[in-house]
Design a protein around this ligand. Structure first.
Ligand code: SF4
Ligand code: SF4
Length: 380
């Protein structure tokens, strides 16, 4: 006789997933069309049909320890063909959003980030912090002469604040990833003892190929319906890499070589910064315009997704406007745009472990795990 299994649904989890964009999940009648049309699923134990039933049954632990949730790239091919309008692509995205909040700490910040009512508070924090530090150091006035942002908000304010935030973010991410990895090991696709290998081999066989795959974005290309997502994601991804490299070079240049800012327009670092900003701007424009077009379509982007892409867009636009107004010598505008830009950068950085940004880290870890557990991750 088959062993009986008692299922204890977590209804709070179901409600949370519905609130994060999976509000149609209960329409699923398990026809499996979604798993058949998905180009990214492995043949054995395919997704997303099984995740749909786990989500509607409230099987939280199972979904949180399922690497398949992260192998989905939300192309929504499945949602297009779903005969019930259950939008499995959105449900998996909602489960991923729930995962950031579950694994990152402190958890109240994750909850706050998922609700529009907390947005003013989340933005008010960096505004008050920067104004306070500028006030007590006598920097609340617009400086005379050439526009140099460090005269308005000096490095002695910006660097310690952003360094402290970066350290806290790294701690939060490392703790979250460690809990996530431990969950995966005992989850839906547990590690077979024969697969366990030493550090060097693990990196060579599972980490490097996955990193190459992510750099190439080849899995994105397999999505049929939203080919634009490949281009947009690629532009945003490389835009961020360029700007992160620029930030690192400026930081090192300032402290090790005594480089004076602002850099000339023809300085290679400045050119890279402009290319990064342009790449982000085009990528975000494609994503936002397509989401607006899809309003009545099969995918529904939750507040969580919207707030992230809009913040990235605003960071990019405020950065570009700051540069333009500086070059045109509109001092008041340039200085306050710089202030707004810093506030928005703070938002993206400080809340990174709880936002779509964390996506990149969690997806990478899940893909490495899936490869390690021999979960048929097809590398192209
Ligand atoms: S989500 Fe849609 S396509 Fe997938 S099993 Fe449910 S009803 Fe079928
Ligand atoms: S959204 Fe795309 S990748 Fe994700 S399950 Fe559906 S078809 Fe597969």
């Amino acid at each position: 006789m088959a062993e009986r299994q008692i299922i204890e649904p977590d209804m709070d989890f179901v409600r949370e997933v519905e609130g994060l964009g999976g509000d149609t999940l209960k329409k699923c009648f398990q026809c499996a069309t979604c798993s058949v049309v998905c180009n990214l699923t492995p043949e054995k134990k395919p997704f997303p049909r099984k995740e749909m039933i786990w989500a509607s049954w409230g099987l939280k632990e199972r979904l949180l320890s399922d690497p398949d949730v992260w192998l989905c790239h939300q192309c929504n091919d499945c949602s297009t063909y779903c005969p019930r309008g259950a939008k499995p692509g959105d449900t998996l995205a909602a489960v991923r959003n729930y995962s950031f909040m579950h694994y990152a700490s402190p958890q109240f910040l994750g909850k706050a980030l998922g609700k529009a009512t907390y947005l003013p508070l989340l933005l008010a924090f960096p505004v008050i912090l920067l104004l306070f530090l500028m006030g007590i150091t006598g920097h609340l006035n617009i400086p005379e002469g050439e526009i140099v942002f460090a005269k308005f908000i000096p490095h002695t304010i910006v660097d310690p604040v952003f360094m402290a935030v970066s350290i806290l973010v790294v701690i939060s991410i490392v703790r979250g990833i460690s809990r996530f990895w431990n969950g995966l090991k005992v989850g839906v696709h547990p590690l077979n003892s024969q697969n366990i290998i030493s550090g060097g081999d693990f990196v060579k066989l599972h980490v490097i190929p996955i990193l190459v795959e992510i750099l190439k974005h080849s899995r994105f290309k397999k999505c049929e319906r939203s080919s634009f997502r490949y281009l947009a994601h690629l532009l945003i991804f490389y835009g961020f890499i360029a700007l992160a490299a620029v930030t690192g070079m400026i930081f090192l240049g300032t402290y090790l070589l005594g480089t004076e800012l602002p850099l000339s327009m023809y300085n290679p670092v400045n050119i890279l910064a402009n290319l990064g900003a342009l790449s982000l701007f085009i990528g975000c424009t494609i994503v936002i315009s397509n989401r607006l077009k899809e309003k009545e379509d099969k995918s529904r982007s939750a507040y969580f997704d919207w707030v992230f892409i809009i913040m990235v867009y605003l960071v990019t636009i405020s950065g570009i406007l700051t540069e333009v107004t500086r070059l045109e010598r509109f001092a008041v505008l340039a200085y306050w745009l710089y202030f707004i830009h810093l506030v928005l950068v703070f938002y993206l950085l400080a809340y990174l472990p709880f936002s779509k940004f964390a996506h990149l880290v969690y997806r990478t870890v899940a893909m490495v795990y899936a490869s390690y557990a021999q979960r048929e991750v097809e590398l192209l």
